[in-house]
Design a protein around this ligand. Sequence first.
Ligand code: 5RP
Length: 262
Amino acid sequence: MDWGMKNRISRMIKPDSGHIVMLAVDHGYFQGPTTGLRNFNETVDPLLPYADTLMVTRGMLRNCIDPTTSTPIMLRVSAGTSVLTELSNEGLSVDIEDAIRHNVAGITLSIFVGGPGERETLLNLGKLVSMGNKYGIPVMAVTAVGREMGRDARYLGLCSRIAAEIGAHMVKTYFCDDFKSVIQATPVPVVIAGGKKIPEADALKMAAAAIDCGAAGVDMGRNIFQAESPVAMIQAVRAVVHKGESPDKAFEMYNDLKASAS
Ligand code: 5RP
């Protein structure tokens, strides 16, 4: 791995802890004005200082994020479908030159293993990895988005391993029972998506369990920005991911921060 690639990865996955709290706010690219992101800046601006990386689309980056930010950007470069149609038929939506122009730390696309878009999205991953390697930009493959996809260790392990085999530098997947087997079979850093909003205490337990299994961290969206207190929640998630805080202690911290903010 060359210097530029290593440098970009170490801006995202913090060398001190070896972990990352990425904040995912790219949901609008296929589902429009998502709850919690309708007023994008109102939600994202207070969270940005606590995010090790922001996962975002090109349009929201250009229009809503201050270019003086020091938060590394993971730019979503796949699109082409919406919640109204077949989610898996995505293509590449941003060329590498434009990603470089935006000085991003990483680029990301979804792959749809087992879906109608399997072939195209896996070949797109290969193309993107070749482009990323050329310019020292890591590629994160996002697996298993979509209602119809199974979310067990067999399926998630299959998706994650395929992504790594094709050359992804990082993989984003979902937490599941026997998550350790997913991590063991995937020789690149793995982060978990939060998925649908669940109670804050449960989301903290899930983050802690993923770290225990060897995940590099989280790339969480709705379980942070749809929390009752998003700023308290991202700080509690950070305590779990970077400091190894127990979920119970982190939930106490969440409640204390929430109370002191109100
Ligand atoms: C959609 C994505 C989202 O960023 C992802 O689903 C993460 O967000 P959440 O924690 O809300 O699931 O990659 O394709």
